[in-house]
Ligand binder design. Structure first.
Ligand SMILES: NC(=O)c1ccc[n+]([C@@H]2O[C@H](COP(=O)([O-])OP(=O)(O)OC[C@H]3O[C@@H](n4cnc5c(N)ncnc54)[C@H](OP(=O)(O)O)[C@@H]3O)[C@@H](O)[C@H]2O)c1
Length: 264
């Protein structure tokens, strides 16, 4: 596994396992399977309603906690409910800390929410704190108000929405941009895209692996989700080949600069 280093020195595995739209019961089973396959980084969120399942899988894995990287995200409106929710997340995840704690989206009293994250960070409840879905002005305003500069901004980022501007803004601020829905959740014909499929053929890999490799080769951590063992294995296996600069450029040409989801 290769790692990215956050602005406070914490190391984050470049490939993690996503758990959006996974029930507690499925999360317990799928995260267990992911850990057996070699994943050491798991992405959950309070609003996914599966932190208990993720916590169960981690507890039962027998893997030392310090060999895992666990991210969760708050889904709250201000300081007080955020502070409470962080303790509830830790209880559900059966851990004294998370590796990365994110504000899920820029809504509510962001200043108060961020203060609760900063306190959690100082109290050792999170090894790093950051945000998700903070673009443009929301991102700039947070940077102005923050005492602790966010370590991460987790954004929709894949071959069809490449987030070049935000990657630059993040890099200037010392924030690591990470990707959610790195496979665009299959939208826009991702898995049969002729550019990805052509490159995949020449490396003997899948279109999914090419799309993931293109991100990690840019230093962007990814958290693909799959409920299928073979595809989970495939998504982790993106370090045995390298895209040429011509291939990287061909994939850069796929950018539509638009969301595939219409949320942000
Ligand atoms: N911060 C945010 O606001 C936010 C928003 C959305 C997502 N996320 C995070 O990002 C994670 C990933 O995003 P996502 O789950 O929306 O989508 P994704 O990982 O881009 O794509 C998942 C879809 O692709 C399929 N798939 C996975 N690997 C494949 C492969 N190798 N070949 C063919 N098909 C494959 C899966 O089906 P199978 O299960 O059948 O393989 C599933 O339908 C989430 O689970 C969540 O943790 C965060």
């Amino acid at each position: 596994m290769e790692y990215a280093t956050l602005n406070n020195g914490v190391k984050m595995p470049l490939v993690g396992y996503g758990t959006y739209r996974t029930s507690n019961r499925d999360a317990a089973r799928l995260v267990s399977e992911a850990l057996i396959l070699g994943y050491r980084h798991v992405d959950t969120a309070q609003c996914y309603g599966n932190e208990c399942g993720v916590g169960e899988a981690i507890a039962e894995s027998g893997i030392p906690r310090d060999e895992l990287f666990v991210t969760t995200k708050t889904w709250t409106s201000g300081y007080a409910d955020t502070a409470r929710s962080i303790d509830a997340s830790l209880r559900d995840l059966q851990s004294d800390y998370v590796d990365l704690l994110l504000v899920h989206e820029p809504s509510g009293d962001v200043g108060g929410i961020w203060r609760a994250l900063e306190e959690a960070y100082r109290a050792g409840k999170a090894r790093a704190i950051g945000v998700s879905n903070f673009l443009g002005r929301d991102f700039a305003l947070l940077l102005e108000a923050a005492d602790v500069i966010p370590a991460v901004d987790q954004l929709e980022c894949h071959v069809y929405r490449q987030q070049r501007e935000m990657q630059q803004a993040c890099s200037q601020a010392g924030v690591l941009m990470t990707s959610w829905s790195p496979l665009a959740a299959g939208r826009n014909g991702f898995f049969t895209d002729p550019v990805l499929a052509g490159i995949a053929r020449s490396h003997g890999v899948s279109a999914a692996q090419v799309g993931l490799r293109w991100l990690v080769q840019r230093g962007i951590p990814v958290i693909p989700k799959s409920a299928d063992t073979q595809r989970m294995r495939e998504n982790l296996d993106v370090f045995g080949f390298e895209l040429t600069s011509a291939e990287m450029a061909a994939i850069s040409g796929l950018d539509t600069n638009k969301s595939q989801f219409g949320w942000w």
